[in-house]
Design a protein around this ligand. Structure first.
Ligand code: XMP
Length: 327
């Protein structure tokens, strides 16, 4: 499969009809490749793996096993949505792994950003490999590799194989049904497969998840403050028509406290930083200037609804000099 390339003259998939034709073509190819064998997929709930899951469920149904690992660093409601969409609605064979304690225990007191990323990445592979070992007769591994991943890996920018780190004894043949698609095409295909809009048009979310938005050593209470404030921000952006317009928006809760006052009593709590940015290529980003009333409303909601927060700050820094994420 590693030699499949996007044909130079392939037209961009932009319509439902284009997407349906692509889906039919891939269903036939997957059936031919896989036969009656079993396929395994790590389903994060991100756009690419979700589209691969929906496509493979259509092509091979119960021959596909999806594994969703909850590492505790997902956004509010994400694991629940994966279960609802794929297990309840699409009737997928889905294994849900609650690995929250395992990840958070490993990450406790680790404050170096690169070490945090390594722990999250390695632990993910370990949990996934453990689940794979429990299953019999899996011969294929499905992946949400997309065309820019191939181009970037060829250009030496990043290693694209998500499964690159699987142990030596676990080598599967790859099934990559969106390998020749650009991101916008993956979304059109996802929509045609019936995935919900908030899954298909989802903003970018880093692999290490909320872990990089809880700078320094992650504690459960500060992580919850990140998760709750992020949920409020997303809700308000949706209500105010900004969700599809702003490229990426999130909250960060840094590891320092400041004095505040609530109901006449002194508090000593964290600030919550809001970051909302626009970009086309992620090399350079600009800041979205939010309406004043929305800023006031966000400050009011986050300081009253999120335990541990007594201030809200806005990050108005473009990239460069700042990066998008804090770690
Ligand atoms: P930075 O912080 O490098 O972010 O300006 C650029 C874009 O990449 C996302 N990002 C990541 N995505 N794994 C990912 O899959 C990561 O480790 C990671 N770090 C940053 C970030 O959210 C932004 O969209």
């Amino acid at each position: 499969m590693d030699d499949i390339r996007r044909p130079d003259d392939m037209a961009r998939i932009t319509t439902e009809a284009d997407a349906q034709a692509y889906i039919e073509e891939q269903i036939a190819l997957v059936r031919e490749q896989v036969g009656d064998k079993k396929v395994l997929l790590a389903l994060s709930g991100g756009v690419d793996s979700s589209v691969v899951a929906a496509l493979l469920i259509k092509a091979i149904g119960q021959q596909l096993t999806c594994v969703h690992v909850n590492h505790g660093l997902l956004r509010k409601g994400e694991p629940e949505q994966v279960i609802q969409v794929f297990r309840d609605e699409m009737k997928a064979n889905l294994i849900y792994v609650d690995a929250v304690d395992r990840f958070l225990d490993k990450l406790a007191e680790v404050d170096d950003p690169e070490t945090k990323r390594h722990i999250i990445g390695n632990e993910f592979i370990e949990v996934f490999a453990e689940e794979a070992r429990k299953l019999d007769g899996i011969e294929f591994l499905a992946q949400g590799t997309i065309w820019p991943d191939i181009l970037e890996s060829e250009a030496g920018i990043k290693a694209h194989h998500n499964a690159g780190g699987l142990p030596e004894d676990m080598q599967f043949e790859l099934v990559e049904p969106v390998r020749i698609l650009f991101k916008d095409e993956v979304r059109v295909v996802g929509k045609a497969l019936g995935l919900p809009d908030n899954m298909v048009y989802r903003q970018p979310f880093p692999g290490p998840g909320l872990g990089v938005r809880c700078p320094g050593a992650i504690t459960r209470d500060r992580l919850e403050a990140v998760r709750e404030s992020d949920a409020i921000l997303r809700e308000e952006f949706e209500k105010n028509g900004l969700a599809g317009k702003v490229w990426q928006y999130f909250t960060v809760v840094p590891d320092f406290k400041s004095t505040g006052v609530t109901d006449g009593k002194r508090t000593f709590n964290w600030p919550c930083i809001i970051r909302a940015i626009n970009t086309t290529d992620v090399m350079e980003v600009t800041v979205e200037h939010l309406p004043a009333e929305l800023i006031d409303h966000l400050v009011q909601r986050i300081t009253t609804e999120v335990p541990g927060i007594n201030r809200v700050l806005f990050d108005y820094t473009p990239k460069p000099p700042a990066t998008v994420e804090y770690e």
